[in-house]
Design a protein around this ligand. Structure first.
Ligand SMILES: NC(=O)c1ccc[n+]([C@@H]2O[C@H](COP(=O)([O-])OP(=O)(O)OC[C@H]3O[C@@H](n4cnc5c(N)ncnc54)[C@H](OP(=O)(O)O)[C@@H]3O)[C@@H](O)[C@H]2O)c1
Length: 345
């Protein structure tokens, strides 16, 4: 006899309704995921969490790598919110340009924005730079470790100096500045240290062996530091992991030789806009999100697959990775065309 024979019509209709609800729920969640551009925690914070406008107004935020790309856009959006800023990078003229633009777009005054040239590689200066910020503003509420450089070269062709430089800049430079700023935050009992890592800090990708290693190092460092400072509930340690975002990162990437520039960066228009990436970052900061995954599909899927099913990730990446190298060798952006025939310019 069929097992359903034992069920009353009422039980069956409740069962059907539950099944329909579950199916609709699954379809809705799947569509949300297809169109998502950040992990679900960050998207939740963006839609329902505290607003950056309320949380970050009047705070003192120190941004490294503020002369270009993500750091520059962070400066603009924070200025519009009314955040006081410290803008750091090596190129002082570019920082002055960003400052003027911030003043033009906001109600901030001259004294609310400090231009502080800083070389992340020059670690012996970091103590004095931190002291200069404290002298000007009296406090640091948020440090955004954003300055860094990427890589476009295959391991077999890359000199050891390039690996050294990537670790010195992306990893040790960031650690050095953090070590100067953190004691001040601990002393005042509050503060956020957030670091722009990368999808390459979670996953591996060809052409990025050194860059990915430096970002994995940052992930390990800050994940451990977060636990060390767990006794200070006012301190937040977070990492930001963007996928491809429009900026100068590819133009400025290390190649196989230390001072050799990249011959062709390729079109960057297919990447997430800097403005959207930064809005997501600010929502994450306002809500103390500890790790933010930011990226259009298929990069967002890539995060989840690498995190939860690494064996599948290695299989898929070995296929897509070949395409990445082909794109690069064809003079395109490495991430330009995974699923279409590359259009060589
Ligand atoms: N764009 C992406 O697709 C993407 C994806 C994932 C992660 N990220 C990360 O996002 C961060 C910002 O990069 P971006 O995309 O905005 O690239 P970008 O436009 O090239 O900006 C990089 C910034 O880092 C600064 N910088 C480089 N070397 C420095 C040094 N020795 N000392 C101090 N500052 C230095 C540069 O300023 P100066 O040249 O004036 O010093 C510039 O302001 C980086 O950490 C990068 O790894 C970017």
């Amino acid at each position: 006899m069929c097992e359903l024979d034992g069920l009353l019509p009422m039980d069956m209709s409740i069962g059907c309704i539950l099944l329909m609800v579950a199916t609709v729920y699954a379809v809705v969640q799947m569509s949300r995921f297809i169109f998502a551009d950040a992990d679900f925690t960050l998207l939740w914070a963006t839609s329902f969490g505290k607003k950056p406008e309320a949380q970050l107004k009047g705070r003192v935020v120190w941004i490294t790598g503020a002369s270009s790309g993500i750091g520059e856009e962070l400066a603009y959006q924070l200025a519009q919110i009314g955040t006081q800023l410290v803008l750091s990078a090596r190129r002082e003229n570019e920082l002055e340009r960003v400052k003027r633009e911030c003043l033009g777009r906001s109600r901030l005054h001259e004294e609310n924005i400090l231009v502080l040239p800083l070389d992340l590689l020059d670690r012996k200066t970091h103590e004095a730079k931190t002291a200069a910020v404290l002298e000007h503003f009296g406090k640091i509420d948020v440090l955004i470790n954003n300055g860094g450089r990427s890589q476009r070269s295959l391991c077999l062709e890359t000199n050891m100096e390039v690996y050294e430089a990537l670790m010195e800049l992306n990893f040790l430079g960031t650690v050095s500045l953090t070590k100067q700023v953190l004691p001040h935050m601990i002393q005042k009992g509050t503060g956020t240290v957030t670091t722009v890592s990368s999808v390459a800090g979670i996953a591996g990708a060809p052409l990025l062996t050194g860059y990915s290693a430096s970002k994995h190092a940052l992930q390990g460092f800050f994940n451990s530091l977060r636990i060390e400072v767990a006794d200070y509930p006012g301190i937040t340690i977070s990492t930001i992991c963007p996928g491809p975002v429009q900026s100068q990162i590819v133009q400025n990437a290390f190649t196989e030789k230390l001072n050799k520039p990249l011959s062709q960066a390729g079109d960057q228009q297919h990447k997430m806009t800097t403005a959207r990436c930064v809005r997501l970052i600010l929502c994450g900061l306002a809500n103390h999100v500890k790790e933010m995954w930011i990226g259009h599909q298929p990069f967002l899927l890539f995060f989840y697959v690498w995190q939860y099913t690494p064996t599948l990730a290695w299989f898929v990446t070995s296929i897509l990775g070949k395409k990445r190298i082909q794109n690069f060798k064809a003079g395109l952006d490495a991430d330009a065309a995974y699923f279409t025939k590359p259009k060589v310019p």
